[in-house]
Design a protein around this ligand. Structure first.
Ligand code: ATP
Ligand code: MG
Length: 722
C-alpha cells in the first residue's frame, strides 16, 4: 500500500488523504483523477479500516466500473474486497429493488431498455394513428427524447398535457400519458425512472433516506463534470451535511449536456458544500508532450471555459499525424495497414489501438476492412452482440418465463412456426376477454389457447416446465437451454445456418456469458436472490454498452464511450463536416463548444501515437452532399502535427498522393445562434433569463435576477446559451 502512495505526486496525495472534508478535484485529462479515486478507496480500506461495502463510488460506464474494481483488487492484492462501485443507473436499480414498496412498485419490476421503449412507443403511435405513412422512426425517437426531458424535469403526463406549446408537443404529451399507463400496467420502469423514482423515494421517505445515508461512510464520483441535476440531487441526499464526499472532474470534458449535464454543478460545488476543499492536478501522466500540446492548444478555442495549466514530464514523442483521404474506404484501408505496420514493426499489440469516431455509423467501413485484413477487433458500447436477432430472441424466451412482459411474450409467440400476426392478435384479445395476463393464458390448465391455435402446444409445455425451473431458482443457462431446445427454436436457428452464417455460435456465446455470470453471482449485489432475474436486470442495464472485451483486440468506439479510457495508439477518424461536429449540433455556440470538448476528449485518450483523419471529395448520405473536412481541422495548430493530403490508397494497400505540410484555407465563421423569442437562456454572469424579443442580431433578455433586469445582448455571444 505504501508503495502505491509513493508513486503519487503531492496534490494527488493530498486528495487521497483528505477524508474529513468534502473534496473536489478539478483537473485536465490524464492527470490521474481516476487514479486518485481508486487509490483513495484502497487507502480507506487499508489504512482507515473502512469496511469495503461502506464505500460507494459512481462511475460513468459499466466498463469503467469494472476496470476500477479490478484495479482496487490488484492494489490490495485481494480478490474479495467489494466496495460498491457502479454507474448511477445500476446504483438506482439496486436501491429500487429494496425500496420499491415505498412507491407502490412491485419488487419484480422490469427495466426497459431503449429497444423496449421504442417498441412501446411505436405501438402507441400506431394505435393513435399518428403516422400512416410508416415514417415512424424519426417521430418515435423525438417522442422518446421529449418524454425523457419531461421526466427529468419531473413533469407528469397530465401537466405535459395541459402545458403543451404546439400540436406536435400535444401529440407527444398524449404519447407520454399512454406510455406511462403502459409502464404502470406492466410493472416496468425505464432508464430515466430508475433515477427519478429513487430521487422521489429519498425526497419523500426520510427513514429510507437515513438508512442509505448510514449505509455509506464514503461516497466518490468520477467524471463529475457530466453529472446532471437529478444525479447531483441523489449525491446530495446521501452526503449533504456529512464530510464524506469526493468528486473529480474536468469541465473541458463535459460532453453530455444533451442529457442534462451541467458544468455549473462542478463549478459551484462550494455553494452546496461550504467547507469543500479543492485540489487541482496539473501534471499529465498519460500523453507525450506533442499530443498534450496539440490537445491543449485546441481546447483554447472554447470561450466558455476557465483556463487551466497542465504539463507533462513524459517524452516529447512524435507529432500527431493529420491525414486527408479521398474516400472512406481509403481511410479504413490506411488505418488497417498502419495497425499491421505498428504491430509487426514497432512491437505494438492490437489491444493497444483505439479507433474513435463521433457517430456510430462511421464504424461500418472499419468493421468491413478490419475483417478483410483479419485484424481482431471489438466494438465497444455499440449495438453489436446484444442486438443480433438470435440473442434478442433468446433473451425474449427467458424474459417470457421470468418477467412475463407482453413484448417478450409476443416475440416468443412469433418464433413459433405457423403463428403469425393475426393469431397473435387473437391471443391478445382472448387474454383481455378472460382478463388474464398473457403468460397465464398460455399456460392455463384448460389450455384455452387451443381455441385460437393448435400450434402452441409445444411452447405451452415448454413454458410450464421452465416456469417450475425458474421458480426453483435453477441455473439460468439450464433454463435458457431448455427453452431454446424444447420450444423448437434450436431447430429453426440451425436450419438457417450455413457455411456463411453461424447464428448458433452467437447463442453459444450467450451460454458462455450466462455461465460466467453464474460463477460470480452474488445476490447481495443485486438485491435479488433469483439468478435469472438478476441476470435480466444486469442485461437491461448493460444494453447500452457492450462488454465483449477480449484482451488483444483493436477497439472501435465512439468518443462518448471512450470517456476516461486511454490507449497507446489512437486513430480519430471521420473529422468531417456534418459528422463532427455532428449535423444536429451545428446549432448554437454552446453545442458547438460541446463538440469541441468531444474532440478534446478524443485527442487526450492517446498516450503515444495519434492519427487524425478526414475524407475529402466523396459523396455520402451521412453528409449534405460531398464530404469535406470539419471546421475543427483548421483549428488544430498546424505547427503541432504533420500533414498529408490527397491520399489515395491502392488495392494492394500502398498509399500515394501529395504531401503538404500546412492547410491554407481561411478560418470560417462559427455558427449562427438559434436562440428564439421565448427561449430560456443562461448567461455566464447574469444567470437565467428569458428572451423577450429578437432585434436583428441582438436579443432583449429579461434576467431572473432583478439586479440585471432586462438587457440587450448579442445573439451569438459565446457566454450565452440555451
Ligand atoms: P481522464 O480525464 O481522461 O479521465 P484521469 O485524470 O482520470 O483522466 P487517469 O486515468 O487516472 O487520469 O490517469 C492517466 C494515466 O496516468 C493512467 O495511466 C495512470 O495510471 C497514470 N498516472 C496517474 N497518476 C500517476 C502518477 N502519480 N505516477 C504515474 N502514473 C500516473
Ligand atoms: Mg478518469
Amino acid at each position: 500500500m505504501n508503495s502505491l502512495l509513493d508513486s503519487l505526486n503531492e496534490q494527488q496525495l493530498l486528495a487521497v488523504k483528505t477524508t474529513d472534508n468534502p473534496l473536489r478535484i478539478i483537473a485536465g485529462a490524464g492527470s490521474g483523477k481516476t487514479r486518485v479515486i481508486t487509490t483513495k478507496i484502497a487507502y480507506l480500506i487499508n489504512v482507515k479500516n473502512i469496511f469495503p461495502r461502506k464505500i460507494l463510488a459512481m462511475t460513468f460506464t459499466n466498463k469503467a466500473a469494472k476496470e476500477m474494481k479490478e484495479r482496487i483488487k490488484k492494489m490490495l492484492d485481494n480478490d474479495n474486497v467489494n466496495p460498491f462501485i457502479s454507474t448511477f443507473h445500476a446504483f438506482c436499480a439496486r436501491v429500487l429493488r429494496e425500496e420499491c414498496q415505498a412507491i407502490g412498485l412491485d419488487s419484480k419490476f422490469l427495466i426497459l431498455d431503449g429497444n423496449d421503449q421504442r417498441s412501446i412507443i411505436k405501438k402507441i403511435i400506431k394505435e393513435m394513428k399518428l403516422n400512416d405513412d410508416g415514417s415512424l422512426n424519426k417521430f418515435d425517437r423525438k417522442a422518446l427524447s421529449k418524454i425523457s426531458f419531461w421526466k427529468n424535469e419531473l413533469t407528469e403526463p397530465d401537466e405535459a398535457l395541459s402545458n403543451y406549446e404546439n400540436i406536435e408537443e400535444k401529440a407527444f404529451a398524449k404519447i407520454y400519458e399512454k406510455y406511462q399507463e403502459h409502464l404502470l400496467k406492466h410493472n416496468s420502469v425505464d432508464f430515466d425512472d430508475l433515477q427519478i423514482l429513487v430521487y422521489k423515494i429519498f425526497r419523500d421517505h426520510p427513514d429510507v433516506l437515513q438508512k442509505w445515508r448510514d449505509r455509506f461512510d464514503y461516497v466518490m464520483v468520477d467524471e463529475f463534470q457530466d453529472t446532471n441535476e437529478i444525479q447531483f440531487d441523489l449525491i446530495k441526499f446521501l452526503t449533504n451535511g456529512k464530510n464524506n464526499l469526493t468528486v473529480v472532474g474536468d469541465p473541458d470534458q463535459t460532453i453530455y449536456s444533451w442529457r442534462g449535464a451541467k458544468i455549473q454543478i462542478i463549478m459551484d460545488f462550494h455553494k452546496t458544500y461550504a467547507n469543500a476543499v479543492t485540489v487541482v492536478l496539473n501534471e499529465n501522466y498519460r500523453s507525450t508532450k506533442q499530443i498534450l500540446n496539440l490537445a491543449n492548444d485546441f481546447i483554447e478555442h472554447n470561450k466558455q471555459r476557465e483556463k487551466k495549466t497542465i504539463f507533462t514530464n513524459n517524452a516529447g514523442g512524435e507529432k500527431a499525424k493529420l491525414k486527408e483521404f479521398a474516400s472512406r474506404y481509403g481511410e479504413a484501408k490506411f488505418v488497417a495497414n498502419e495497425i499491421n505496420r505498428l504491430v509487426t514493426e514497432q512491437n505494438y499489440r492490437f489491444g493497444d489501438v483505439f479507433i474513435l469516431y463521433r457517430i456510430n455509423a462511421w464504424s461500418q467501413e472499419f468493421e468491413k476492412t478490419l475483417d478483410n485484413a483479419k485484424i481482431p477487433y471489438q466494438l465497444i458500447g455499440s449495438i453489436k452482440f446484444r442486438e443480433r436477432k438470435v440473442i434478442k430472441d433468446s433473451i425474449a424466451l427467458l424474459k417470457s418465463v421470468a418477467i412475463r412482459d407482453d413484448l417478450s411474450l409476443e416475440r416468443a409467440l412469433k418464433l413459433t412456426p405457423k403463428v403469425g400476426g393475426v393469431t397473435i392478435e387473437k391471443i391478445f384479445n382472448l387474454a383481455s376477454e378472460k382478463q388474464l395476463p398473457l403468460f397465464d393464458l398460455i399456460i392455463d390448465e384448460e389450455n384455452s389457447i387451443k381455441q385460437v391455435t393448435k400450434n402452441l402446444d409445444k411452447l405451452r409445455n415448454t413454458f410450464i416446465h421452465a416456469k417450475t425451473m425458474f421458480e426453483a431458482n435453477e441455473s439460468v443457462v439450464k433454463i435458457l437451454k431448455y427453452l431454446i431446445i424444447e420450444s423448437g427454436y434450436e431447430t429453426i436457428v440451425k436450419t438457417l445456418d450455413d457455411k456463411d452464417r453461424n447464428e448458433w455460435k452467437n447463442i453459444e456465446a450467450l451460454f458462455d456469458q450466462l455461465e460466467n455470470f453464474e460463477k460470480s453471482f452474488n445476490p447481495e449485489l443485486y438485491g435479488e436472490e433469483n439468478m435469472t432475474l438478476a441476470f435480466l436486470q444486469e442485461e437491461s442495464l448493460a444494453s447500452n454498452e457492450d462488454d465483449e472485451t477480449e484482451s488483444n483486440r483493436v477497439s472501435l468506439l465512439t468518443i462518448h464511450s471512450a470517456k476516461g479510457l486511454e490507449n497507446k495508439v489512437v486513430f480519430v477518424v471521420g473529422l468531417n463536416r456534418d459528422i463532427f461536429p455532428s449535423k444536429n449540433s451545428m446549432l448554437t455556440i454552446s453545442e458547438f463548444e460541446e463538440e469541441r470538448r468531444a474532440l478534446y476528449v478524443a485527442l487526450t485518450r492517446a498516450k503515444e501515437v495519434l492519427y487524425i483523419s478526414y475524407i475529402k471529395g466523396e459523396y455520402s448520405h451521412l453528409s449534405s452532399g460531398t464530404l469535406i473536412e470539419s471546421k475543427f481541422v483548421k483549428e488544430l495548430n498546424s505547427d503541432l502535427y504533420s500533414y498529408e493530403s490527397n491520399l489515395f490508397v491502392r488495392h494492394d494497400g500502398s498509399v500515394f498522393g501529395q504531401n503538404r505540410t500546412k492547410l491554407s484555407q481561411p478560418l470560417e465563421e462559427v455558427v449562427e445562434s438559434k436562440i428564439k423569442e421565448n427561449d430560456l437562456v443562461t448567461h455566464i454572469m447574469f444567470g437565467d433569463g428569458v428572451v423577450i424579443k429578437k432585434l436583428g442580431k441582438q436579443l432583449q433578455i429579461a434576467f431572473n435576477d432583478p439586479k440585471y433586469g432586462v438587457m440587450v445582448i448579442a445573439a451569438n455571444n459565446p457566454v450565452l446559451s440555451k
